[in-house]
Design a protein around this ligand. Structure first.
Ligand SMILES: Cc1ncc(C[n+]2csc(CCOP(=O)(O)OP(=O)(O)O)c2C)c(N)n1
Length: 676
C-alpha cells in the first residue's frame, strides 16, 4: 500500500490532461490522441508519485529517468512536463507538431525539450534503451561509489518506462528484456499499456501470447492492473495502480518489473473509445466536444486550464526540490569522503579525457612496425586496451564476436552478477566493464545508446560489419540524438575469407556513410586506426563513430606514421606528387591469394594521386548545413555538435535537407534507371 490518496484535484488534473491532449492534436490537425488520453492517469501517477525528479533542474544527477517508449504518444509526456513545471508551456502544447520551431514535436526529441531523456518513436527502442539506462546507472555507480549500499548512494536512481503493444511486438524488446533479467536490473519498471489496439486494429490478430508469462520466463517480476472492471465499467483507479507498482518495487528489488495495465484507448471519448481511429488521427470536433462535455469542460473552449488543478500538480516541483536538497547533502558528503572519485566525476561530467590519454596512444604507436602486416581490427583492439588503462569510463564488448572484433579488454571483469559466471568468463562482477550482448546487435546498439544517455560513461559495441545492418536503426537514432556511440565493425570487406557472400559487406560502407551525423571511419593501417581513436575521443563534437576495420593484415605504412595524426582529422593525406587527390573507395587494398603483395597500385597510371580519407565528415568532404534550431537541454558531457545537417527539417518552415543525397526526380530507383 502507498500513502498516495487520489484527491479531487488529482482527478481534475487527469481530466485536464485528457482534454489538453485532445485539443493539441485537434489544433495540429494530426497526431496520436488516443493513448495520451487513456494513459493520462498512468503518467500522472508516475510523475506525481513515483518518479523522483526536479523540474527546476532537468539534468539533476540524482533524478530517476523516464522513457516513453511509444513516442507517438508524446503528449502523454508533454502534458506531464507542463503540469510539473519543466518550462513546457501551454503555448508549447498549442504548437504541438508545429514545424521546426516547436518544442513539442510529434515524437519526443532528446536535447530539445526539458525532461525528455531520449528520442523515441521507432517502437521498441525506448524499451531496449531503458535497459541501457539501467546498465549505465550501475556501471557509473560502480566507478564512483561502489561500496555504498545502492539505495544510499547519490548515484543510484530508478528507470521508468511506458510501452505499448507495438513495443512489445518488436523483437528488440524481447531481446533486451532477456538481458535485463540476467543482469538483475531491479531499478527498472516498465508499465505496459495493454489497450489491445494498434493502427490496424485489435492486437489479438498479431499478439496472442501471454506477454506476462513470456516476461516471467525471462526472469522479470510481473503484475497487472485493470481499469476495466469485471462488470464492464471503467474506473481509473490510480490508488489501486499505485499499490500494484509499490508492491512490485518492494517485492522484487533484483528483478526488472513489467506491470501490465489494461486500458481502453481514448477513454472516455464518445465514439472513439476503444476505436483504432483514435490511435493516429485527430478525433474530430464532435468527439472532442463530447469528451469535454463528459469531463465537465466547455465544448466551445480550447486549451482551457483548470488553474487550481494545475497548481496542485505543480506542487510536485516543491517535492522535487526537497528531494534534490536531500540528495545534495548526500552528494556533498560523498564528495568530501571521496576526493579522487569526485575528481573523476567532475572530469566525466565535463566530458574531458584523462591526462594519460595521449601518452597511452603515443606509447602504443611507438610499438608499431612499419611494413608489418597488421589487421586494423587488431590495431583497434590494441588501442582500446591501451586507452582503457587510463579511461575507467570506457567499457564495452561485442555481440558474441569479441575475439573476432578484438573488443575484449584484457583482465577486465565482466559486467554481470557474480552468479552469471561461466567457465569462459569466470570473473563476473556487477560493476565489470566487459560487456557481452549475446547475438543481439540491435540490442547492443540500443543498450549502448541508453548507457550514453543515462550516464557520463563511454560504451562501445562490436560486431561484423556485415551484421551492422541488424544494428542500423539504433545507429541512426544515436546520430539523430548526437550521442557519441562507438561502433567497432570488423571484417570490413569482401576479404572476409571463406565465410562467403553472407558475410561480405558490399553496400554497407556507402549506406552507413549516407546516415547524416554518423562518422564512418575506415582507417588504412594501424597508425590511422590509433589516430582515428584519438580524434574520435578528443573532439568535442559528440557524434557517433563507426570504426570499419579489416579482418586481414594490411601493411603499416611509413607515411601514416608521420602524417596520420593530422591526416585523419583534416584533408586527405598524400603519398606522392601533388596532383588532384583521389580518395580510394577500396582502400585498404584486399590481399590476393596469389601474386605480389602489396599489389601494384593502379593510381600512378592516372593523373591523380592516392589519398587516404578515413572519415569523410572529418576531412570536410561532406557538407553540413547549420542547425535551424539548437538543442538546449543536454548535460555538459553530451554537448551537441557545432554544426549539424538538416535532420530537423520538419513542418513547412525549414528548407529541404542538403546533407543527405536527394533522390533524382527522374529515377526513383537508380539501379533500375541505370539498367534501362
Ligand atoms: C519500428 C516502428 N514501426 C512502425 C511504427 C509506426 N507506428 C507508430 S505507432 C504504431 C502502432 C503502435 O501500437 P501501440 O503500441 O499499441 O500504440 P497505441 O495504439 O496503444 O497508441 C505503429 C505501427 C513505428 N513508430 N515504429
Amino acid at each position: 500500500m502507498t500513502e498516495f490518496k487520489e484527491t479531487e484535484l488529482d482527478e481534475r488534473a487527469i481530466k485536464m490532461a485528457k482534454v489538453l491532449s485532445a485539443d493539441a492534436v485537434e489544433k495540429a490537425g494530426s497526431g496520436h490522441p488516443g493513448s495520451p488520453i487513456s494513459l493520462a492517469p498512468v503518467a500522472y501517477t508516475l510523475y506525481q508519485h513515483f518518479i523522483k525528479h526536479d523540474p527546476n533542474d532537468p539534468n539533476w544527477e540524482g533524478r530517476d529517468r523516464f522513457i516513453l517508449s511509444g513516442g507517438h504518444a508524446s503528449l502523454t509526456q508533454y502534458v506531464q512536463l507542463y503540469f510539473s513545471g519543466y518550462g513546457v508551456t501551454l503555448d508549447d502544447l498549442k504548437h504541438f507538431r508545429g514545424g521546426a520551431d516547436t518544442r513539442t514535436p510529434g515524437h519526443p526529441e532528446y536535447g530539445l525539450t526539458p525532461g525528455i531523456e531520449m528520442t523515441t518513436g521507432p517502437l521498441g527502442q525506448g524499451f531496449a534503451s531503458a535497459i541501457g539506462f539501467a546498465y549505465g546507472e550501475r556501471f557509473q555507480r560502480g566507478l564512483l561509489d561502489p561500496n555504498t549500499p545502492k539505495e544510499e548512494s547519490p548515484f543510484y536512481h530508478k528507470i521508468w518506462a511506458i510501452c505499448g503493444e507495438g513495443d512489445i511486438e518488436e523483437g528488440i524488446s524481447g531481446e533486451a528484456a532477456s538481458l535485463a533479467a540476467n543482469q538483475k536490473l531491479g531499478n527498472l519498471t516498465v508499465i505496459f499499456d495493454a489497450n489491445r489496439i494498434q493502427i490496424e486494429g485489435d492486437t489479438n490478430l498479431v499478439l496472442a501470447e501471454d506477454v506476462l508469462k513470456r516476461f516471467q520466463a525471462y526472469g522479470w517480476y510481473t503484475d497487472e492492473f485493470s481499469f476495466i472492471q469485471p462488470d464492464g465499467s471503467y474506473k481509473e483507479d490510480i490508488e489501486g495502480l499505485a499499490d500494484v507498482i509499490a508492491k512490485a518495487e518492494a517485492a522484487a528489488p533484483d528483478q526488472p518489473k513489467l506491470i501490465k495495465v489494461h486500458s481502453l484507448i481514448a477513454w472516455p471519448t464518445p465514439g472513439k473509445t476503444n476505436d483504432p481511429s483514435s490511435h493516429g488521427s485527430k478525433l474530430g470536433a464532435e468527439a472532442v466536444a463530447g469528451l469535454k462535455k463528459l469531463l465537465g469542460y466547455d465544448p466551445e473552449e480550447s486549451f482551457h486550464v483548470d488553474e487550481e488543478a494545475l497548481a496542485h500538480a505543480r506542487k510536485v516541483a516543491e517535492r522535487g526540490l526537497e528531494a534534490h536538497k536531500e540528495w545534495d547533502e548526500k552528494f556533498d558528503a560523498w564528495r568530501k569522503a571521496n576526493p579522487d572519485k569526485a575528481a573523476l566525476y567532475d572530469r566525466l561530467k565535463a566530458g574531458e579525457l584523462p591526462e594519460g590519454f595521449d601518452k597511452a596512444i603515443d606509447d602504443l604507436e611507438a610499438t608499431f612496425e612499419v611494413g608489418k602486416g597488421v589487421a586494423t581490427r587488431g590495431a583497434s583492439g590494441s588501442v582500446l586496451n591501451a586507452i582503457a588503462a587510463v579511461m575507467p569510463e570506457l567499457w564495452g564488448g561485442s555481440a558474441d564476436l569479441g575475439g573476432s572484433n578484438k573488443t575484449d579488454l584484457k583482465g577486465a571483469a565482466t559486467f554481470a552478477p557474480a552468479e552469471c559466471a561461466t567457465a569462459q568468463w569466470p570473473n563476473c562482477n556487477e560493476f565489470g566493464r566487459q560487456l557481452h550482448f549475446g547475438v543481439r546487435e540491435f540490442t547492443m546498439g540500443c543498450i549502448t545508446n541508453g548507457i550514453l544517455l543515462g550516464s557520463h560513461t563511454r560504451p562501445f559495441g562490436g560486431t561484423f560489419f556485415m551484421f551492422s545492418d541488424y544494428e542500423r536503426s539504433a545507429v541512426r537514432l544515436a546520430a539523430l540524438m548526437e550521442i557519441p556511440n562507438l561502433y567497432i565493425w570488423s571484417h570490413d570487406s569482401v576479404a572476409v575469407g571463406e565465410d562467403g557472400p553472407t558475410h561480405q559487406p558490399i553496400e554497407h560502407l556507402a549506406s552507413f556513410r549516407a546516415i547524416p551525423q554518423l562518422e564512418v571511419i575506415r582507417p588504412a593501417d594501424a597508425f590511422e586506426t590509433a589516430e582515428a581513436y584519438r580524434y574520435f575521443f578528443e573532439k568535442k563534437n559528440t557524434l557517433p563513430g563507426a570504426m570499419v576495420l579489416t579482418r586481414q593484415g594490411v601493411p603499416v605504412l611509413a607515411e601514416t606514421a608521420a602524417k596520420a595524426k593530422d591526416g585523419v582529422r583534416k584533408a586527405p593525406t598524400s603519398w606522392s606528387t601533388p596532383r588532384a587527390p583521389r580518395t580510394s573507395s577500396f582502400w585498404p587494398p584486399v590481399p590476393r591469394s596469389s601474386g605480389p603483395w602489396p599489389p601494384p597500385r593502379p593510381w600512378p597510371t592516372r593523373a591523380s594521386r592516392p589519398a587516404s580519407s578515413p572519415c569523410r565528415p572529418w576531412s570536410g568532404s561532406r557538407s553540413r548545413t547549420p542547425s535551424t534550431r539548437r538543442p538546449c537541454f543536454r548535460p555538459p558531457s553530451r554537448p551537441a555538435s557545432p554544426s549539424r545537417p538538416a535532420w530537423r527539417c520538419r513542418g513547412t518552415s525549414t528548407s529541404a535537407p542538403t546533407a543527405s543525397p536527394s533522390p533524382s526526380s527522374s529515377s526513383a530507383c537508380r539501379a533500375t534507371a541505370r539498367r534501362t
